[in-house]
Design a protein around this ligand. Structure first.
Ligand SMILES: NC(=O)c1ccc[n+]([C@@H]2O[C@H](COP(=O)([O-])OP(=O)(O)OC[C@H]3O[C@@H](n4cnc5c(N)ncnc54)[C@H](OP(=O)(O)O)[C@@H]3O)[C@@H](O)[C@H]2O)c1
Length: 323
């Protein structure tokens, strides 16, 4: 297949392109940067420039590329400055998930592309009641915290429009497995506390496993939503100390809920104490996918064994750390 990967230069894109090439697909990968375009070429894809927030250019570039399938992996999450206002932090990513997805689907329709796979997210989003591990059929949170409402709505929009168009939305777990993973810095600096009882459940996924599921999803007929997460959704109080140890950091601090609400805001409190994780049973069953890193327990140790001593620049690269 001729596969058009939007976001080929990112954390997941750079793992996905080589796996698609290995599988015999011809890959066109987008980047807005000449330097990252060269990296995409080195991974075996043909680079093209694309700004997903420019619908006219999306239409032109997709029609010119004439792909058989499109993968949407664009986010704007590098160099994030987390604030108490989750929606402000995610504003550009939300546009990529709403306007960007709409533009790409419209271009796909015009170009006659009937395979479409897009990046969505698994943890935090389901109703904060009942079972601690949820399936794709369980209801989404009807009342997300006020400062995260736009971000939750953007993910919901993506899931809905992609499946309505016959495509597949992959709700990935929290990515890990690169030298610049988002959690490394705050956990090293002991800025990521266990809040209250630390009962909020999270699902993780190693980037290579996420890419492998994406290749399989491309070969699967839609529509569908799949959780692409590892086998062990876990509460913060369990995974955070393990991550801190794998990174050679001190043990996480503990904050009571009232203090965390004051310092970090309501979204952090909800995510640290109430949110649910996700089951991967459907992806295993229907995509015939198995994660190689079954749990963050061994995954963190394997991924970060070589980074405990790394400093500064080295950690900013999106390089695999368990090669
Ligand atoms: N599920 C998760 O936990 C999850 C999901 C996503 C990201 N993250 C984390 O967030 C951090 C940053 O992610 P990242 O390294 O992938 O960087 P990123 O800044 O989120 O960029 C991801 C991809 O989106 C593309 N992109 C961004 N804006 C675009 C636009 N307007 N038009 C077209 N393409 C656009 C980028 O391409 P350009 O080359 O054009 O910039 C890049 O290929 C990483 O630590 C990653 O693991 C986690």
């Amino acid at each position: 297949m001729r596969v058009f990967v939007v976001g080929a230069s990112g954390a997941i894109g750079t793992r996905l392109v080589p796996q698609l090439v290995d599988r015999g697909h011809e890959v066109i990968g987008t980047s807005r940067s000449a330097e990252r375009a060269e990296h995409i070429r080195a991974l075996g894809a043909e680079p093209v420039a694309l700004d997903l927030l420019d619908p006219a250019s999306v239409r032109r570039v997709v029609l010119e590329a004439a792909p058989d399938a499109i993968v949407h992996q664009a986010t704007a999450l590098a160099e994030l400055n987390f604030s108490r206002n989750f929606d402000r932090t995610f504003a550009e990513t939300n546009r990529l998930r709403t306007e960007g997805t709409d533009a790409l689907l419209e271009a796909a329709r015009e170009a006659g592309v009937d395979r479409f796979v897009a990046q969505s997210f698994a943890s935090y989003r389901t109703a904060r009641e009942g079972a601690w591990v949820k399936t794709e059929d369980d209801p989404l949170d009807p009342a997300p915290p006020a400062k995260a409402r736009e971000s939750f709505a953007a993910m919901r929009h993506l899931d809905e429009v992609v499946t309505k168009a016959g495509g597949i939305a992959l709700r990935y777990g929290g990515f890990y497995g690169a030298a610049n993973d988002g959690l490394i810095e705050p956990v090293r600096k002991r800025q990521f506390p266990i809040i209250g009882d630390g009962g909020g459940v999270v699902s993780f996924i190693h980037l290579d496993d996420a890419a492998a599921a994406t290749v399989l999803a491309l070969e699967h007929d839609g529509p569908g939503i799949f959780n692409v997460v590892d086998d062990e959704p876990a509460p913060v109080r369990e995974w955070l100390p393990v991550l801190a140890e794998a990174l050679g950091a001190g043990p996480p601090r503990r904050f009571p809920r009232w203090l965390a609400r004051l310092v970090a805001g309501e979204v952090a409190v909800v995510m640290g104490t109430e949110t649910r994780g996700a089951s991967n049973a459907k992806a295993k069953r229907e995509l015939d996918w198995e994660p190689r890193h079954r749990s963050w327990r061994e995954g963190f140790a394997a991924a970060y064994a070589t980074t405990a001593g790394l400093k500064g620049e080295a950690r900013r690269e999106t390089a695999p750390v368990d090669a």
